[in-house]
Design a protein around this ligand. Structure first.
Ligand code: SF4
Length: 236
């Protein structure tokens, strides 16, 4: 089957999955929490209509780089309706993707901002913003079905998986029954399926404002991903 037909198939599968996710109400606590943002807004966001539903993921349907975050931010993805969009984590992530050739522009502001990811796909452990950025283990388990479905759709092309933060790391390892790996920034593991797992601190304000995660530490992650992907590309 020609490659462009396969790409369309993956695009369609991801689209259908996202349509299903948007309607999901499996976690009552999160469903209630995100809906409250339709009426309760910060002063800064008074003019915005909040998305306030589970947030779709996005990117290149034949991506070799997969980035797994924690969850949409209450005033980021939960507001704009696109993951890593309209918040400081999204700012850090998309700037790094742009600087390493995975995005056409360095900013992620709104769903219609013209951002196109090249060879990269962004997803998360849970699709509803959790209070204090802390989903329960049951909520993570509930949402893992969607992450697993995405990983299967992207399986053929994925070469490098970047996990942002301990929850994304633990979720990924649990889904694939991977044992013995340690969480830590810029730890790089070759998995039994020949894919590479790169572990990173999450670019949350708590990490970036305190110097726990500096820009140099952060860009190192995406430079490593770029090198691995380029090297794999030369082998093929
Ligand atoms: S976190 Fe995931 S499983 Fe839970 S309600 Fe949201 S989309 Fe559904």
């Amino acid at each position: 089957m020609p490659n462009d037909v396969l790409d369309q198939q993956e695009d369609l599968l991801l689209h259908r999955l996202n349509e299903k996710i948007i309607r999901c109400k499996l976690c009552p606590r999160l469903t209630k929490y995100i809906r409250e943002f339709r009426t309760t807004k910060t002063k800064r966001d008074l003019d915005h209509v909040y998305w306030a539903k589970p947030v779709p993921t996005f990117g290149d349907p034949k991506a070799r780089l997969l980035v797994i975050g924690l969850a949409p931010a209450a005033h980021g993805g939960n507001r704009t309706g696109r993951i890593f969009t309209g918040d400081s984590s999204g700012d850090w992530l998309v700037k790094a993707l742009f600087e390493t050739g995975f995005a056409n522009k360095p900013t992620s502001i709104s769903k219609d901002d013209g951002l196109i990811l090249k060879d990269a796909y962004l997803t998360a452990a849970t699709r509803c913003a959790p209070p204090q950025n802390k989903p329960t283990s049951l909520e993570i388990t509930n949402c893992s079905q969607y992450l697993l479905a995405e990983l299967k759709i992207l399986e053929k092309t994925t070469k490098v998986i970047v996990v942002l933060g301990k929850i994304a790391f633990d979720t990924y390892c649990a889904m694939y029954h991977i044992k013995g790996l340690k969480f830590g920034h810029n730890k790089i593991y070759t998995l039994s399926n020949d894919k590479t797992l790169i572990v990173s601190y999450h670019p949350s304000r708590r990490n970036t404002n305190t110097g726990t995660l500096t820009w140099q530490m952060w860009i190192n992650i995406f430079e490593a991903a770029r090198s691995i992907i380029d090297l794999e590309g030369k082998k093929e």
